[in-house]
Ligand binder design. Structure first.
Ligand code: ADP
Length: 646
């Protein structure tokens, strides 16, 4: 659905007004252009230097000898200007030369002043012994001399004029004056095709909470007449992709009031004080347009706890911004008609001051959708696709446990792309299943070449996972095994995870064994182990540490948890337990994993024939589905149970 969002260009926006400039806007720069042209012209055609250049010989023969020279002016010791007596100017030899009225009439370049003076002295003695010519000395700045630096100066001036004109005109073109202004997009009421609550599937409780907030804005009197205070801030919390932004957009669509939306990171700028001034500007604009809603997405960008910033990376600018935000939340009166909505998937790192009553005091939790919700979400997103008749939304929903709304939207889009790639007219169920695999496992890389030896190892590795998990009671049911490379992995076993809120110790233990199945199989079959189990081992080790140190599942250590939900420990580099306890935890984790490994190996040794058969089938077919798994491994036998004494 397309949504049009416009930048705020309300009449009060001063940027829009035509600025008053000296010489009136445009003509200002033309003034400088003309000035520069004038200077150039003046320099080139200087009327005051209009005179003919002659040599000493000409001067001596034509003027000095004749006694026609009135005076000489030596300029800058370089040039001698020659003035002719007025009465001789009528002489026919001057006729075709145009002089300026006041002279000089000729010029002569001098080699050096001394030799000029000597020559002049001698010539005067020879030709005009009784009459001396008046010689004046002067220094003068010539335009031609200053030209080399006048031109760059003029160009600089022009550039400056250009920048000033750009800065002070043309709406948002000025990057400096808009720094402190909010970058929020405002979507006004009455847009075409707004997102509404119909586009939000599931999330019924969240929707009704948000509806209530909309009602606060629309009918405040109902609440205030009973003395209730209208909440100022609503925080949407939940994992990524659960629809926080979507629900905020829907709220904007339903509320029909101006809706300012921006991301928390838009406050954070390189320059000190900008964030705080943007917050001020945002709240001021929202108040002017009240009733209105401000939506700050990813508020953790500014709202991160001030305590948690460690000494090495203090961020004063962000702190200032946060303080300003807190002040604004406190500052606006109880019934100003502005409600602030914020979203984050990291509530744990938010500053406690933001969460206290009077600020973001309403918290709406969006959880990952359950199966019924997923059905609804699929239905919303397949609406616009051309579907085959065989689409079974329920199957799709049950095959996508733990998926967020965004994942489901992605699957639907991916399915349509897959169908289009296959030049189909309609999207079929298989396209959705392929899309799901792609979203979960990454792109299939059929062209990725691996050597037969490596392929053999991968086949036994995956078969090991499959066989081990088949005979473990608490592992999710296996759907298929594949040795087609996908994303980063060379092969994979696909499970259908059950939706659980709590996990028992037995389930953890079985899960660890299933994950160790690959390495154990390599060990049992080749008597040699490889690097291919890295991901499995990393997962298993982390899992074991959380079991022992966080969930208190180890009998000897007892029900202790070193988990820190406040995140304070992140800052302290030392562990919250003693060296002895650290050693004990390490030992327990080690025991847990090695025991599980032995247990897995035992299962594989007991079922070695099935393991061989499955691996060979994998090498032949690359993908083995559930029917073949059942044929080889038999009905799933869930009798091999984890025993606490193991
Ligand atoms: P969040 O802000 O929580 O990270 P979004 O709101 O941006 O997630 O969700 C991303 C996309 O996922 C949405 O644009 C929408 O297409 C889809 N989506 C998420 N939850 C739902 C839902 N409950 N109903 C329909 N679509 C959803």
């Amino acid at each position: 659905m397309k949504e049009r969002e416009t930048r705020d260009t309300t009449p009060e926006n001063p940027k829009k007004k035509e600025p008053k400039m000296p010489f009136g806007g445009k003509s200002f720069s033309w003034f400088y252009v003309l000035l520069l042209i004038f200077i150039l012209m003046f320099t080139i055609f200087n009327p005051f230097t209009e005179s003919k250049e002659i040599t000493w010989l000409e001067f001596e023969r034509d003027f000095l000898e004749q006694g026609q020279v009135e005076k000489l002016v030596v300029v800058n010791k370089e040039v001698a200007e020659i003035y002719i007596r007025e009465e001789y100017l009528q002489d026919p030899k001057y006729e075709d030369i145009s002089f300026s009225e006041f002279g000089p009439h000729y010029t002569m370049t001098l080699g050096s002043v001394e030799s000029f003076e000597n020559k002049l002295e001698k010539a005067q003695q020879d030709f005009l012994p009784e009459e001396k010519i008046d010689v004046q000395y002067t220094s003068r700045t010539n335009f031609g001399d200053i030209l080399p630096w006048l031109i760059p100066l003029g160009l600089l001036l022009l550039f400056w004029v250009f920048v000033v004109r750009r800065m002070s005109s043309g709406g948002g073109a000025n990057p400096f004056s808009s720094f402190g202004k909010t970058t929020a997009r405002i979507s006004n009421a009455g847009r075409k095709n707004p997102v509404t609550f119909k586009d939000v599937a599931g999330l019924n409780e969240a929707k009704s909470e948000v509806m209530e907030v909309v009602d606060f804005l629309k009918n405040p009197v109902t609440y205030t007449k009973l003395g209730a205070k209208i909440p100022k801030g609503v925080l949407l919390l939940g994992p990524p992709g659960t629809g926080k932004t979507l629900i905020a957009k829907a709220m904007a669509g339903e509320a029909n009031v101006p809706f300012f939306s921006l991301s928390g990171s838009e406050f954070v700028e390189l320059f000190v004080g900008v964030g705080a001034s943007r917050v001020r500007d945002l709240f001021q604009k929202a108040k002017e347009k009240a009733p209105s809603i401000i939506f700050i997405d990813e508020i953790d960008a500014v709202g991160r706890s001030r305590e948690k910033v460690n000494a090495l990376q203090s961020n004063d600018e962000r702190e200032n911004t946060l303080n300003q935000l807190l002040t604004e939340l406190d500052g606006f009166g109880e019934n100003t008609g502005v409600i602030v909505l914020a979203a984050t998937n990291r509530p744990d790192i938010l500053d406690k001051a933001l969460l206290r009553p009077g600020r973001f005091d309403r918290h709406i939790y969006l959880e990952l959708p359950n199966k019924l919700d997923r059905i609804e979400i699929f239905e919303v997103h397949i609406q616009n696709l051309k579907l085959a008749k065989d689409i079974d939304v329920e199957e799709l929903a049950s095959l996508s446990p733990g998926f967020s709304g965004a994942d489901i939207a992605n699957i639907c889009n991916e399915a349509a792309l897959i169908a289009a790639r296959k030049k189909k007219e309609i999207v079929e169920q298989q396209d959705f299943l392929d899309a799901r695999d792609r979203v979960v496992g990454g792109l299939e890389r059929k062209g990725h070449i691996i050597s037969p030896v490596e392929k053999n190892i991968v086949a036994y590795h995956e078969a090991g996972h499959a066989v081990a998990s088949w005979f473990l009671k608490h592992v999710d049911s296996l759907v298929k095994v594949s040795i087609i490379p996908r994303g980063k992995s060379l092969g994979s076993a696909w499970y259908l995870p059950e939706e659980r809120k709590i996990v028992t110790k037995a389930q953890f233990m079985d899960q660890i064994c299933a994950s160790l199945g690959g390495r154990a199989s390599e060990d049992v079959i080749f008597n040699e182990i490889s690097s291919g189990a890295l991901d499995d081992l990393e997962k298993v080790t982390k899992q074991a540490y959380t079991m022992v140190a966080f969930y208190g599942l180890d009998r000897e250590i007892g029900p202790l948890s070193y988990y820190d939900s406040t995140g304070q420990n992140e800052r302290i580099l030392s562990k919250p337990y003693s060296e002895n306890m650290a050693e004990l935890i390490d030992k327990k984790v080690h025991d847990l994993i090695t025991k599980s490994y032995e247990r897995t190996k035992k299962i594989l040794v007991d079922h070695k024939a099935e393991l061989e058969e499955l691996a060979q089938l994998l090498l032949k077919k690359e993908v083995v589905e559930k029917t073949d798994l059942e044929r080889i491994l038999g009905e799933r036998n869930t009798e091999v149970l984890f025993d606490e004494k193991d």
